[in-house]
Design a protein around this ligand. Structure first.
Ligand code: ADP
Length: 494
């Protein structure tokens, strides 16, 4: 095992990785920006290095500064977390040049899976079903029309280098195609530096189901069950659960085997996720993420596998201790992403100072957070501040536990997505598990109404507490007497 690992990330995921290091007796090194001087993760680490200004380009994306910190600290490996440099093949190459182990798959695999077109091609070759569409770049409007016509509308124009839900446009009719092609190319060029786009069949109301993969460097690959991430907003996940409510042992075998085949066919090592769209009994490969995912804790809660510790062990050259038959799913886990956003005003970011903070607890509740009381959330990074995870023996128990945990979670000073999640847990459609990727849009009215109700109830509860916390007349008299005595006896002598 390594002696020292640098974590090239911030916030809750940096702490998550450092926790795994601590349990393995590995020293952790944080790197932090100007905006993160007072952050919890920099204090949690055994050592912390300042790497530059607040913008990601100056610090968390600044490869030379991160390399300097790694070399100066004597770290042997770097954990990239998710986002920032986690899927940047150049970062892997720089690590290699400097004799540092990047905790993740080989650079060439990161590069291939970073391209939706190349990954589609590789999956087709491996016999994994992909969404019907093209596996080459489409430039020319005539060619686009021909392809879209052959696939059949609706189609989706997608940036090959896209990520984070950016660079996708759904096209319902032929006369919208040209505009979609041009706009996706332009977004792709400016956001990802690569304007290549391709066309896929747009699957209406699919479920997003993904499989967690673990693969060691000796060639053993297993899946660590499934997660459903259909609750999204603008193609970005908001709530995830494991297992998928529609999962059966047969379907898990079928999709899990396809995921393992996908990973093994490209010589994958470390932790990764194979994402699928599922619709009417069919599933299609969407993409592979070559890093730890935000939603990994739900898998940990139902399987007991510490995925980050496994990442460290695999990178240190150890063989997987888990065989496929050891992976057993127990109960149900749900994760709510707690973002500093106002769900009542279209999820507008709401950074600022946290003036009151109390996190929930009790059986089956996990909070992965990067914040604390009096912490100021900087405006430079994404708005997720913590993740609340609830486990139950069954899905209904997990939902009720999540409701209870959300009601205990106090974050004052900034608006958060807690009321949105409370509203979702109350939704009968969510409870019935009739999930698909447009769920939030379809039930927007119901979700908004529930949200207003939840907020009003919370206000009423606070008012009630204020009045019932008034001391009784007798207690008030005694406390006034004590205060006057104390004021008198400890008053400074003139
Ligand atoms: P990104 O890399 O930006 O996260 P993905 O390819 O993983 O993009 O897709 C993200 C989400 O976009 C999916 O979960 C789904 O909701 C939607 N999506 C992507 N491709 C399709 C498709 N062909 N049909 C329907 N929805 C899609």
């Amino acid at each position: 095992m390594f002696n020292k690992v640098l974590v090239a990330n911030r916030g809750e995921i940096a702490i998550r990785v450092m926790r795994a290091c601590k349990e393995l007796d590995v020293k952790s090194v944080a790197v932090y920006s100007e905006a993160d001087k007072n952050s919890l993760f920099a204090k949690y680490a055994d050592e912390a290095y300042y790497i530059g200004g607040p913008s990601p380009a100056e610090s968390y994306l600044n490869i030379p500064h991160i390399m300097d910190a790694a070399l100066e600290s004597g770290a042997e490996a770097i954990h990239p977390g998710y986002g920032f440099l986690a899927e940047n093949p150049q970062f892997g190459e720089e690590c290699e040049k400097n004799g540092l182990k990047l905790i993740g798959p080989k650079g060439s695999v990161i590069r291939d899976m970073g391209s939706k077109i190349i990954s589609r091609k590789l999956m087709e070759k491996a016999g994994v079903p992909v969404v019907p569409g093209t596996s080459r770049g489409v430039n020319d409007p005539d060619e686009a029309q021909e392809i879209a016509g052959a696939i059949g509308y609706p189609v989706i124009v997608k940036a090959s280098a896209g990520g984070g839900g950016i660079g996708m446009r759904t096209v319902y009719e032929e006369d919208e195609l040209l505009r979609a092609l041009e706009s996706t190319q332009s977004v792709a060029g400016s956001a990802f530096g690569d304007s290549t786009v391709f066309i896929e069949k747009y699957i209406e109301e699919p479920r997003h189901i993904e499989f967690q993969i673990l693969a060691d460097e000796q060639g053993q690959t297993i899946h660590v069950a499934d997660r459903e991430c259909s609750i999204q907003r603008r193609h970005q996940k908001l709530i995830e659960e494991s297992p998928s409510p529609i999962m059966t042992p047969e379907l898990r075998d079928q999709m899990g085997s396809a995921a393992v085949k996908a990973a093994a066919s490209i010589g994958y090592s470390n932790a990764g996720t194979v994402e699928f769209l599922y619709s009417e009994g069919e599933f299609y490969f969407l993409e592979m993420n070559t890093r730890i995912q935000v939603e990994h804790p739900i898998t940990e809660m139902v399987t007991g596998v510490d995925l980050v510790k496994e990442q460290l062990k695999i990178a240190a050259g150890q063989e997987l201790n888990w065989r496929q038959e050891d992976i057993v799913v127990r109960g149900h886990a749900i994760e709510c992403r707690i973002n500093a956003e106002d769900p009542l005003t279209d999820f507008a970011p709401n950074p600022g100072k946290i003036t009151g903070y109390r996190s929930p607890g009790g059986l089956g509740v996990r909070v992965d957070s990067g914040v604390y009381m009096n912490y100021t959330i900087p405006p430079y990074y994404d708005s997720m501040i913590s993740k609340l995870i609830a486990w139950g023996n069954s899905r209904p128990e997990a939902i009720n536990r999540m409701r209870r945990a959300l009601s205990e979670y106090v974050i004052l000073g900034v608006k958060t997505t807690i009321p949105f999640h409370q509203s979702m847990m109350l939704s009968p459609h969510f409870q019935e598990a009739k999930l698909h990727t447009h769920f939030v849009d379809e039930y927007k009215k119901e979700i908004m109404a529930n949200m207003e109700k939840v907020i009003a109830e919370d206000r009423a509860r606070v008012e009630r507490l204020k009045s019932t916390f008034r001391p009784s007349k007798k207690v008030a008299a005694v406390s006034a007497a004590v205060n006057s005595y104390l004021a008198h006896s400890v008053a400074p002598k003139k």
